[in-house]
Design a binder for this molecule. Structure first.
Ligand code: PEP
Ligand code: MN
Length: 312
């Protein structure tokens, strides 16, 4: 891919790890969980305690919500950030929260451990540049109409400002399919692993918009080699002020976390087997078992040939 001077992978280069308050994203599986939006103190504290108990490593929650309608709940703004800070102090969980306006980047960065740039703002180049100067890790979600190359170029904007702490997040794209809220493109996991050194996480909540799909898509992402997940969890989803149909309750989240841990351990066993069989360095020998190896194989493949294969 052209011009990915900083985001692109180079032969022999290690994959990047973004460290946030002791959490290492790009190593193992990091789960960020919490409500779509911060609504009140009781809701965010109860949810934060529940996701922490279930094993989440970070708390998510929006204080600034990019909503389709101007009349829908827009988030609590500064009050929401203060409540997130309280939840962080009570649970020790670092916080990921969205920033939607260039004017807010520096002060939101005083509360956030990771600044999230949402799908709707992926190509807001001024926001990307501001986030690049903020000195905070940035979670860059894929725009719902963005190609792989456009998305990685947006990461490049942040990196070009001197901020190397970028995490990519696949959250589904718009296709002709309307049954799901978005079409979750899990093929981006091996694609990112092949083309870039940046960590890649998946958001199965916005990616599907359907409660019963959050678990299978999370497990599928782990099987495909994802570095982390961002999952919406609410202490009482039926009362949520936004995205009530896709937020897991604490019990469902705890069950999912248990399955994720077991699947991840199994994947590590497979990867260790591949490595001891000597396949680690040469992905082409790995077959379908090792997600990391499969990505290596993809990187080694002839890129123009791949592009050609797509042309009908
Ligand atoms: C979110 O994570 O709160 C969100 C709005 O997601 P997206 O930008 O992917 O729609
Ligand atoms: Mn949401």
């Amino acid at each position: 891919m052209k011009n990915l001077r900083l985001a692109g992978q180079a032969p022999g280069r290690d994959r990047s790890v973004v460290e946030v308050a002791g959490v290492r994203i790009g190593e193992g599986l990091v789960v960020m969980a919490g409500p779509c939006a911060v609504e009140n103190e009781d809701q965010i504290i109860r949810t934060a305690v529940a996701v922490k108990e279930a094993g989440a490593a970070m708390l998510r929650g929006g204080a600034f919500k990019p909503r389709t309608s101007p009349y829908a709940f827009q988030g609590l703004g500064l009050k929401g950030l203060k409540l997130l800070d309280k939840a962080r102090r009570e649970t020790g969980l670092p916080i990921v929260t969205e920033v939607i306006d260039t004017r807010d980047v520096s002060w939101v960065g005083e509360y956030a451990d990771i600044l999230q740039i949402g799908a709707r703002n992926m190509q807001n180049f001024s926001l990307l540049r501001e986030a690049g100067k903020a000195g905070k890790p940035v979670l860059l979600k894929r725009g719902m109409h963005a190609t792989f190359e456009e998305w990685l170029n947006c990461a490049e904007y942040i990196l070009a400002e001197g901020n190397g702490q970028v995490i990519l997040c696949e959250r589904g794209i718009r296709t002709f399919e309307t049954y799901t809220r978005n079409t979750l493109d899990l093929s981006m996991i091996p694609a990112v692993r092949a083309a870039s050194h940046l960590p890649i996480i998946v958001d199965p909540s916005h990616g599907t918009g359907i409660l019963g799909m959050v678990e299978p898509m999370s497990l599928a992402a782990v099987a495909a080699g994802v570095d982390g997940l961002e999952i919406e969890v609410h202490c009482d989803p039926s009362s949520a002020l936004s995205d009530k149909d896709q937020q897991l309750d604490p019990l469902a989240f705890a069950r999912l976390m248990d399955k994720l841990r077991r699947l991840r351990a199994f994947m590590e066993e497979l990867e260790a087997e591949d490595a001891s069989a000597g396949g680690g360095a040469d992905g082409a020998e790995l077959g379908a078992t090792g997600a990391a190896g499969a990505a290596d194989a993809l990187a080694a493949a002839d890129a123009p040939a791949r592009a050609g294969a797509g042309a009908a």
